[in-house]
Write a protein that binds this ligand. Structure first.
Ligand code: FAD
Length: 383
């Protein structure tokens, strides 16, 4: 067993750290205040090769691995989970299905310009009546001459207000079963799709939309891979992304921990740094332990993806543990700073709000537990 990162991984971390500190951090507070994602950041990520990192060179990517993708996301999340949420919706959820199942024409028109950051992608799965329960999807694509006519709505769609296209999930048959759900590539903005910008309590520096789709005609060419019933692609995409999302919330936890540690070293109360009070030291010890455990779960998961694929149960365990750990760590960070933790010049409050979103974003903790216990039942470990 080798638990070390390669020299290439370490160099990548240094490069991304420089980028996040010098080019991202100056925009974080303004984006959080205005709830607007900074112009030009996707193009910059494209120039740096961050968007295409985990995709093979033969397919137009950079040819690194999932471990590299997790390093990138951890570093982005450490400075701004809002920006990293935009990165995830674009670099994975919006384009992974095209990479995996798109036609050559779809890859050329959408995957390539997304990798360069020229076109921003989003992923439309959740609906007002179907967040956890994907099978309840009401958005419907009716087959008509030469294409499909789509009607429905999508809720909480990251990047939708700034996107050039959406990977849209819609029902292509009336049955409530997986084979009835298909994916379409939809150009945005679009006269048949109204998008309103949702104001949020967390991830405020990312843009999130509520979409109404009315009698939208999409030609056959825009059905992903030219095939109906691509629900398994959605499941595989979500499974791999649970590892990436966990990497980014690990970054959030580290960002909060670093700030709390530095504060505890320098804040003097009753003549000594608060780090010397056992209550504070123990809090930091708990935070460091959660981070250590989360770190190994994330990078073992990434390693599994690189070895050929990760199963739904392991990915769910990683997402469950790391998101709950990040929530605990960021809350403890606020306790270390106490009053200062409520002042916006410090990051811990923002990190905590952002970590909270991942208790339910990309599948709630309850849904992860359902996935894990279902797999345990399949192995006769539960009745
Ligand atoms: C900021 C943000 C960005 C997002 N970005 C996107 C995006 O880009 N694309 C996208 O498609 N979606 C996106 N989402 C949606 C996200 O994936 C959903 O919020 C999530 O899947 C939960 O769905 P819900 O909010 O409708 O909760 P509900 O499904 O209404 O759940 C409510 C509660 O009931 C519990 N519950 C529901 N079903 C079960 C069950 N079977 N067993 C046990 N408990 C259950 C849940 O755990 C939860 O506690 C985003 C959400 C947010 C907040």
């Amino acid at each position: 067993m080798d638990f070390d990162f390669t020299l290439e991984h370490k160099q990548l971390r240094d490069t991304v750290r420089r980028h996040t500190e010098e080019e991202m951090r100056p925009h974080v507070m303004e984006a959080d205040d205005t709830e607007r994602f900074p112009d030009g950041l996707f193009r910059r990520w494209g120039e740096l090769g961050l968007i295409g990192a985990r995709y093979p060179e033969a397919d137009g990517g950079i040819g690194m691995d999932k471990v590299s993708d997790c390093i990138i996301r951890e570093e982005l999340g450490r400075v701004s989970q809002a920006f990293c949420a935009a990165f995830s919706a674009h670099s994975h959820l919006g384009i992974w299905p095209i990479w995996r199942a798109g036609t050559p024409k779809q890859k050329k028109a959408y995957f390539a310009p997304a990798i360069s950051g020229e076109k921003v992608a989003c992923f439309g799965l959740s609906e007002p009546d179907g967040g956890s329960n994907i099978r309840a999807m009401k958005t419907c694509a009716e087959k008509v001459d030469g294409g499909y006519r789509i009607n429905g709505s999508k809720l909480y769609i990251t990047n939708a207000p700034i996107a050039g296209f959406m990977m849209l999930a819609a029902r292509t048959a009336p049955e409530l079963k997986p084979s009835a759900i298909s994916l379409f590539i939809v150009d945005l903005p679009n006269p048949a799709i109204s998008i309103s910008h949702l104001k949020k309590e967390g991830l405020k520096g990312s843009e999130t939309g509520l979409l109404y789709i009315e009698d939208f005609f999409v030609p056959d060419d825009y059905l992903l891979g030219g095939e109906e019933g691509t629900y398994p692609i959605i499941l595989d995409s979500l499974t791999e992304n649970r590892v990436g999302v966990a990497a980014s919330v690990l970054g959030v936890a580290k960002g909060a921990y670093e700030e709390a540690l530095e504060y505890a070293r320098t804040r003097i109360v009753a003549g000594k740094p608060i780090l010397e009070y056992q209550a504070v030291a123990h809090r930091l010890a708990d935070m460091a332990t959660d981070i250590e455990a989360a770190h190994w779960m994330v990078y073992r998961g990434a390693w599994q993806v690189d070895k050929g694929g990760i199963d739904h149960e392991t990915a769910a365990k990683i997402k469950l543990f790391v998101s709950e750990a990040a929530f605990r760590v960021t809350e403890k960070a606020i306790r270390v700073l106490a009053g200062a933790g409520m002042i916006r010049e410090h990051c811990v409050g923002r990190h905590h709000r952002d970590a909270m979103v991942y208790l339910f974003g990309e599948g709630t903790s309850d849904i992860q537990r359902n996935l894990i216990s279902r797999a345990m039942k399949e192995r006769d470990l539960l009745p």
